[in-house]
Design a protein. Structure first.
Length: 240
């Protein structure tokens, strides 16, 4: 990953700490199209078979579902709907609903991490439901003695997820990696021609989604003398 070496090192450090029994959180902050999701995917790949992995992705459509993001991440690790019943159902026993759900989730995470390190990977935390965001905030304060790594990506806006990350950093239980746009040279490198003159389907999807080349558009063509490439500045959009 171009110009993301420090972020990859931070990922390795959090995973290594979790394997050694020291839980910690890492938040990757950046605007759209800077490689946050790719970095989270690299973290999941690096964890591989050494970790139990639960992952979830925030979405504004699902942000009205209480504890939806946390239930998604933990649901695959505890099949049978037990997580949804505990997180989304009515609370039982004494204590406030928030404290009961925190206790239930913390005890589940401790059980899940008893036999293997646990990675909780959250993408698009800025679009998470408020209840999951609060629960992640509280849990990150309490995972230090557990083999648990929490890695989450977020845009800086809406602000609540960023405030959670900054508070956890201030308390010494998390780290933040802020992604900046690629410099000009790596940008041109990522737009360089491939051995064949056609982009793969996966590459085409990435080029047609979030702009990654910062104002540059690459155009490939085949002429009589073979492949040729040119770069042009993408047309700017009119306001509104």
């Amino acid at each position: 990953m171009l110009e993301r070496e420090s972020a990859l090192v931070a990922v390795s450090e959090v995973l290594d700490a979790a394997r050694a029994g020291h839980g910690r959180a890492l938040f990757v902050i950046g605007e759209a199209g800077l490689g946050k999701t790719a970095l989270l995917t690299a973290a999941i790949d690096q964890a591989g078979g050494r970790f139990r992995i639960g992952s979830g992705r925030g979405g504004f459509a699902g942000s009205a579902v209480p504890f939806g993001l946390m239930a998604e991440a933990l649901g695959s690790l505890a099949p049978g709907g037990a997580i949804e019943d505990e997180l989304m159902g009515p609370t039982r026993g004494g204590g406030s609903p928030a404290s009961v759900r925190l206790y239930v989730t913390f005890m589940l995470i401790r059980r899940l991490a008893a036999n293997a390190p646990l990675l909780l990977a959250f993408d698009d935390l800025h679009a998470a439901d408020p209840d999951s965001l609060d629960l992640i905030h509280l849990l990150c304060h309490r995972i230090a003695p557990l083999p648990v790594a929490v890695i989450a990506t977020s845009r800086p806006w809406p602000e609540p997820a960023l405030l959670v990350a900054e508070d956890l950093v201030a308390r010494g239980v998390a780290d933040v990696q802020r992604l900046s746009p690629l410099s000009a040279f790596p940008t041109l490198s990522c737009c360089s021609p491939r051995p064949c003159g056609r982009r793969s389907e996966a590459a085409s999807r990435s080029w047609t989604s979030t702009p990654r080349c910062h104002g540059l558009t690459a155009c490939a063509g085949w002429g009589g003398s073979g492949r040729h490439w040119r770069l042009r500045t993408a047309p700017s959009k009119s306001p509104g």
